[in-house]
Design a protein around this ligand. Structure first.
Ligand code: SF4
Ligand code: SF4
Length: 357
């Protein structure tokens, strides 16, 4: 059965207040209020943006959604998990400070901000997974298992390791505890191509785990420290870093889908998804730098089906770009595998009906 996906298109002439009105209308038209009951504790899952990132969802736009959830009588709070890498969001103290700097504070939002996996990312629950291809158990941040409902607000981007970052990644990677993130990333390690390496040190400067040293004019990766985040691949100016994705890109995407299952399968009827195709960039908001958008802003999508909303998002972006922009960015990655695996796990359907407001 086709699932409904709603699109609120935006144009260059839209002011922020126009976009806010469109988000409110999108929430109503898509019937998202039906996911929430009075007094429900509702996780508004979002990425607050790494230090220096400017593409993350604007706090003022996100507030429109939490205000709508509150209007139902529910209790929304903004949330994410601590990162695997040691940036500005690796523990709850730093994470909350970073979120506040980007406008996500109780004072500005009228809703609290909660980091879902504890002060040092230690609070997790092991969730047995039915039909998992890669895991029998996935490790999810504890608070996502006790919330009554969730609405995932996703800034859609390309992705260096997955090929596409949308709602499934926001939930699959973003609701995973640190152990769950590590389990998804493991075994995709970088290799330095010595013939191309100039010894410039850029990768060592950016590596969040200090896993790279430059010795004798060549970079070297300490695999015992590497968390396979892919940042060295993204920043090397000489194309000297190679990740042997091969089939492993499918593995990462399927692992992400299995963690998404662990986070939401017990409450799929209590979950909603809002995808922002605004400031569409090649890499995700974990990149602590300004990135130029690759296409003009398109709009915001909403659905109660996590697979349908991502499929519609991909189709719309590629249609506007006039090409498969995800494959162009990362030709070696099979980005659709995260959607097909999520569908096979019963999280949603690839069949959607697009309804434009
Ligand atoms: S950024 Fe690239 S060229 Fe520079 S040291 Fe690292 S691997 Fe070598
Ligand atoms: S993938 Fe590269 S940047 Fe990331 S931890 Fe490993 S060596 Fe460092």
């Amino acid at each position: 059965m086709k699932q409904e996906v709603y699109l609120a298109g935006i144009s260059e002439s839209d002011q922020t207040r126009d976009v806010k009105k469109k988000i409110a209308r999108l929430f109503d038209t898509a019937g998202l209020a039906a996911c929430f009951a009075k007094k429900d504790l509702v996780a508004v899952k979002i990425h607050f943006g790494e230090k220096g990132n400017e593409g993350h969802i604007d706090a003022g736009l996100a507030k429109v959604v939490s205000d709508k959830v509150r209007a139902v009588g529910a209790k929304p709070f903004f949330t994410d998990t601590n990162t695997l890498y040691s940036g500005q969001r690796a523990n709850t103290h730093d994470h909350l400070m970073m979120a506040a700097q980007h406008g996500f504070s109780l004072q500005k939002l009228g809703a609290p901000v909660v980091i879902a996996d504890g002060l040092k990312g230690q609070n997790q629950v092991s969730v047995p997974i039915e039909g998992g291809k890669h895991f029998k158990v996935v490790r999810i941040a504890a608070d996502f298992l006790v919330v009554d409902a969730m609405i995932a607000l996703t800034h859609v981007t390309g992705h260096i390791a997955a090929g596409y970052a949308g709602a499934i990644k926001n939930v699959g990677m973003g609701c995973a505890a640190r152990a769950g993130k590590l389990a998804q990333h493991s075994d995709i390690l970088p290799e330095i191509l010595e013939e191309k390496c100039t010894g410039c040190g850029t990768c060592a400067e950016w590596c969040p785990e200090h896993a790279i040293v430059v010795e004798g004019g060549k970079a070297r990766v300490d695999e015992s420290l590497c968390i396979a985040c892919g940042e060295c691949l993204a920043v090397c100016p000489s194309g000297a870093v190679k990740h042997t994705w091969g089939n492993k890109s499918t593995v990462l995407n399927e692992r992400m889908a299995e963690h998404a299952w662990g986070a939401i399968n017990r409450k799929t009827d209590k979950c909603a998804y809002v995808n922002f195709i605004i400031d569409f960039t090649a890499e995700c908001d974990c990149m602590g730098k300004k990135q130029d958008p690759l296409i003009p802003d398109i709009g915001i999508l909403a659905s109660r089906d996590i697979v349908a909303v991502d499929h519609a998002t991909i189709d719309i972006i590629n249609r506007h770009a006039g090409r498969d922009i995800f494959r162009e960015l990362t030709p070696h990655l099979d980005y659709m595998s995260q959607l097909t695996h999520a569908a096979s796990l019963g999280l949603g359907t690839l069949d959607y009906e697009l309804i434009s407001l």
